[in-house]
Ligand binder design. Sequence first.
Ligand code: SF4
Ligand code: MG
Length: 329
Amino acid sequence: NEPLLAVDDLHVEFVTRGGLVKAVNGVSYTLQPGETLAVLGESGSGKSVTAQAIMGILDMPPARIPKGEIRFRGTDLLKLPEDAKTQIRGQRIAMIFQDALSALNPVFTVGWQIGEMFRVHRGMSKRDAEKKAVELMDRVRIPAAKARVHDYPHQFSGGMRQRIMIAMSIALDPEVLIADEPTTALDVTVQAQIMELLAELQRESNMGLILITHDLGVVADVADKIAVMYAGRIVENAPVFDIYRHPAHPYSKGLLESIPRVDLKGQELYAIKGLPPNLLNMPTGCAFHPRCPYRQDNCVTDVPELYEISPVRNSACHYWREVLDGTDG
Ligand code: SF4
Ligand code: MG
């Protein structure tokens, strides 16, 4: 049974002056209709690069994909001819970005920009496209949509601009929506509202949703499953409930302990020590070993495979059992 989207053993490299950077190093994940996958990691973990590879928006060169597949309903996007790719990317698979202000064009009204999706891809007249734009602005809960369709991006708040971006991304009813840090620039209340909106739109349309974030706190309520990335690899993947209660990788555990949780009162907030690895000079063995409180001697020499903990769970840690045992909850 082929998933809606399957990233399979994806490798992405960048040729830089300093040398070859392996930004994505054998990443696999799947997404079903109506499912929400959160991809969690620090900047430089490869989570955005993976999404850019799915969307075909990597700069090639310097980027190259030496290995792997990105299958959409069973078809490898990497092998499709250019015109077939553009039929899928941007239409059946859509993406929203972090920074709505720079993604929107300041000199066109928001109605014109949303309507462009319909004029360009559906050959609609200006009038019909504008009607559609108002409908979409309503759908993403922009108040007084009809009155505001001729306003410019700078006349909206950050949260409303992100809603406009969401309106554009869902205009053509995509089957997969990828949101890369969609709420990072927004305050906490607005973040929650945007997450709620995405969850609601997903329920209406049964899209598959990929939420890319460095902040598990923002996505925990809406995600079904989580893939935690570190240094270009997935180090743990699991249903959200499992990982939240019992992380099986020291890095996921550190991420969890560094967010405030309402269910653990009086906890001390913890920060993962050290810095993310330099991708040009990766640690030997387990890439997390310089920062890992569970490290043993063999961690410095042996790269951990992605061990299967259960049919729906993996951890790339030699000592995942100890990590699991060490979690209370
Ligand atoms: Fe830590 Fe070793 Fe597990 Fe890596 S393999 S996360 S260094 S215990
Ligand atoms: Mg990023």
